[in-house]
Write a protein that binds this ligand. Structure first.
Ligand code: GDP
Length: 296
């Protein structure tokens, strides 16, 4: 389960606090020390942890809280609210262009789950009665085009491809035209992922962006890589002005560091979370629900 380690630790800390009729400033201090450790062990960015603890403490040690009828519960509420804020506060929705098609560019490093997520997103949009078109722009990874075509077939969403001999910029341009000609209201462009961020990858992505003028540039990152995922997000955001992040493999991420740090570090909201390999394992990311899940 996602966040298992962190959830267990925090539920343990707050279980003790909840049971107390009276809560002293020392009790809160002790609980916050444990929360701090739990967050660091969950691989949350150090600076993010520091600011988080300071914010909670500032609100929790006031006399109003400690003298309240259920002080333990009030402290937990404060932590819940701040965890929600940390992950972006409210749900950040997918953009919708008033001049369809809405264009979504998927970017990320190889292996993060970009191609799978592209298919999942198409399925999600289709369920909402949209008519998405998938564009196969990853011409470098062997079998990436085939993989997208198989996914498209599975969910009955058309895939526009021009093989691997045409430049991705040209594929994107032609894909856009195809979408307009065929009445698609969403275009999702799968782009090349490399093993590392390099200049040629970024240049190509920027060229595609120039041509398709996307409403969304979504970065797909593997949550299991923790702070590496956050660093990747930061680099991509600096170069590509991302509009959102998709966290994948949350089903295998027992720590949760990426989910808790990425918004705070990059300023870029998490828009979706993927929790499994199956085609319907993609959900809009709700910071409040995620916080409640962590606190149990
Ligand atoms: P790409 O190179 O970024 O396009 O990555 P792929 O879409 O090919 O995915 C790489 C691997 O990660 C595949 O085996 C996927 O099935 C797997 N994968 C993708 N998303 C998830 C997820 O949310 N959970 C799990 N457990 N596996 C995932």
């Amino acid at each position: 389960m996602a966040f298992e380690g962190l959830a267990n630790r925090l539920q343990n800390v707050f279980g003790k606090l909840k049971g107390k009729g009276k809560v002293s400033e020392e009790d809160v201090g002790e609980a916050m020390r444990e929360v701090r450790l739990a967050l660091l062990e969950a691989d949350v960015n150090f600076k993010v942890v520091k600011e988080f603890i300071a914010k909670v403490k500032e609100q929790a040690v006031g006399q109003d809280v400690l003298k309240s009828f259920t002080p333990g519960m009030v402290v937990i509420d404060i932590v819940n609210k701040e965890l929600t804020n940390l992950m972006g506060g409210t749900q950040s929705k997918l953009a919708k262009s008033n001049r369809p098609p809405t264009v979504i560019m998927m970017v990320g490093l190889q292996g993060a789950g970009k191609t799978t997520t592209t298919g999942k997103l198409a399925k999600l949009l289709q369920k909402q009665n949209h008519r998405p078109l998938l564009v196969a722009g990853d011409i470098y990874r062997p079998a990436a085009i085939k993989q997208l075509e198989v996914l498209g077939e599975q969910i009955k969403v058309p895939v526009f491809s021009m093989g691997d001999k045409t430049s991705p910029v040209e594929i994107a341009r032609s894909g856009m035209q195809h979408a307009k000609d065929n009445g698609h209201d969403y275009v999702i462009i799968d782009t090349a992922g490399r093993l590392h961020i390099d200049e040629s990858l970024m240049d190509e992505l920027k060229q595609i962006r120039e041509v398709v003028k996307p409403d969304e540039v979504l970065l797909v990152v593997d949550a299991m890589t923790g702070q590496d995922a956050v660093n990747v997000a930061e680099s991509f955001h600096q170069q590509m002005e991302l509009t959102g992040v998709v966290l994948t493999k949350l089903d295998g991420d027992t720590r949760g560091g990426a989910a808790l740090s990425v918004k705070a570090v990059t300023g870029c909201p998490i828009k979706f979370a993927a929790m499994g390999e199956k085609i319907d394992a993609l959900e809009p990311f709700h910071p409040d629900r995620m916080a409640s899940r962590i606190l149990g």
